[in-house]
Design a protein around this ligand. Structure first.
Ligand code: M6R
Length: 501
């Protein structure tokens, strides 16, 4: 509509971009005062944007404003920056302003002034990034993704330490007192992609330990589903970036409907971190690779901590049981470290076997199925191999017809009570010619003629298995992607933060 108006007013367009339309609108509205021009323009523009504007007669000044899209202003020494995220400015400065909506930054080499739409000065808080440039670079690894997988043990320690006190998860300082937790009769976990998959682990752990019903929702569905929410509901939004457009919208909707919102977020100062009623930070550090890895692991760890506290607060487990579970959780960084070392070698070999396949299937039950969903997403995302995750028990309801001679099937069978059932499913796919990669405990009783190769998982409690095996599915996707010559860190068509719908 704006473009049509501009054309009627004699403007000629050289591109199809919205950006050019905004530039034309600013030119059209220009009244000699840059702030009033920008204010009038943003009144007309709909949708999300982060703009950097230079007026012809003020060539040494950048004006910047945002709506729904993230925008930070980096504060350097005799130089200043605009960017959508912190890693972009780290080479130059660690200090930055977080821009709110309806604020205009006036950026000159010598300094930055932030004003409202009427031109009144706004005093902004200066934030300082705790990440250093080393962390934002590859540190000797060929790709960010493999570097970030190897950072999982550290990220787990950094995430768990602040939320464990006296051998128990401690969340009151995050706004989740035991009294508050006991008051929730229903939990929704909302997120996108990998974050949503971490939510599935949360569902399993909370339902198993605290016996409270949990729904896991894809944020883009939740926001348009007119959800039935009350003030007794907890809506947990999981997001690495804290800037995912659908997750933000889902959180705002939940707030509007009176539910209590909890952000489980990695980026301090992000929209979800600022707007949720309570926040628990994952402390993975900066995650650069588009494929989320360490964020998934620490999001899962927070899910376990939350489930343990929830269960204890609700009187569903004793203090001693809670302490034992917490102690197991605290052992995870060390176990994950050893697991990464082992999985790294075996995944390199396994990747060779998938190179030429067109389709690949993951099958599992219970927590293993949830891990399979994440495994399938990761493989598709960075290696471009079509893959699907199936609940193994569903195969005979349709999908087993896809399994023919030589089709790779990754069968995850780590859950003890479900092992017998999984064995039946593995035999079914093997009988149809599948090439089976078995992922199981070493002592599983399974004859070697029903699988082609095996990867063994550490001998830990079933409950924590996805947290440890996350690195397996990540490394398998990683080496497959490397060997197929794909752009591992920046897969085609994808962005790290999905800040638009
Ligand atoms: O920043 P968020 O955690 O909200 O991002 C959610 C998804 O976009 C993200 O997890 C995506 O699925 C990953 N690229 C998957 O590896």
């Amino acid at each position: 509509q704006i473009k049509e108006k501009m054309i009627k007013n004699g403007y000629e367009f050289k591109s199809e971009t919205d950006t050019e339309t905004v530039a034309a609108l600013l030119d059209f509205l220009y009244d000699g005062d840059e702030i009033s021009t920008i204010s009038k323009a943003v009144e007309e523009i709909r949708g999300s944007y982060a703009l950097g504007i230079v007026f012809k007669n003020k060539p040494n000044t950048i004006y910047s404003i945002r709506k729904d899209s993230p925008l930070i202003v980096g504060l350097g020494d005799d130089e200043n920056f605009i960017a959508s995220d912190i890693p972009a400015i780290l080479k130059h400065t660690k200090k930055y302003y977080l821009m709110e909506e309806n604020e205009i930054a006036i950026i000159k080499r010598s300094g930055v002034l932030v004003v409202d739409l009427k031109g009144n000065t706004i005093k902004k808080e200066v934030f300082e990034a705790t990440w250093d440039i080393e962390a934002a670079e590859k540190g000797g690894y060929p790709h960010f993704m493999i570097k970030e997988i190897n950072e999982e043990p550290r990220a787990l320690i950094d995430t768990l330490n602040p939320i464990i006190k006296n051998d128990l998860p401690f969340l009151s300082e995050n706004g989740l007192t035991d009294e508050k937790l006991c008051g929730f009769s229903k939990v929704y976990i909302v997120g996108c992609g990998t974050a949503m998959h971490a939510g599935l682990i949360g569902k399993y752990a909370i339902e198993k330990l605290a016996r409270v019903s949990v729904d896991v929702c894809i944020a883009s569905e939740f926001r348009y589903s007119d959800p039935i929410l009350t003030e007794n509901d907890l809506v947990m939004i999981i997001s690495q970036s804290g800037e995912t457009a659908d997750s933000i919208a889902a959180m705002r909707l939940a707030k509007e409907k009176g539910a209590f919102t909890l952000g489980v977020v990695n980026v301090i100062g992000s929209t979800i971190a600022r707007e949720a009623d309570a926040t628990v930070f994952t402390r993975a550090g900066v995650e650069i690779a588009v494929a989320s890895t360490k964020a998934y692991t620490v999001q899962s760890a927070v899910m376990y901590a939350l489930a343990i506290r929830f269960a204890m607060a609700a009187g569903k487990i004793s203090g001693l049981e809670a302490k034992n579970l917490t102690s197991s959780l605290l052992k995870m960084p060390e176990i994950v470290k050893d697991a990464i070392e082992y999985f790294d070698g075996v995944c390199k070999d396994e990747a060779d076997k998938n190179l030429t396949c067109n389709d690949l299937f993951f099958i599992g039950r219970g927590l293993d199925y949830y891990l399979c969903m994440e495994g399938s997403l990761k493989l598709k995302e960075i290696s471009y191999i079509h893959s699907e995750a199936y609940a193994a028990g569903e195969l005979k309801h349709g999908t087993i017809s896809l399994v023919t001679d030589g089709v790779p099937v990754i069968a995850v069978a780590t859950q003890k009570p479900l092992f017998e059932k999984m064995l039946g499913n593995i035999k079914e796919v093997k009988a149809r010619g599948a090439r089976v990669l078995l992922v199981a405990r070493k002592d599983s009783e399974i004859s070697s003629d029903v699988y082609d190769s095996a990867i063994y998982v550490p001998d830990i409690d079933d409950l924590f298995m996805p947290l440890v095996c996350g690195s397996f599915i990540q490394l398998l996707a990683y080496y497959t992607s490397v060997k197929r010559g794909c752009d591992v860190d920046k897969p085609r068509n994808l962005a790290k933060s999905v800040t638009v719908e």
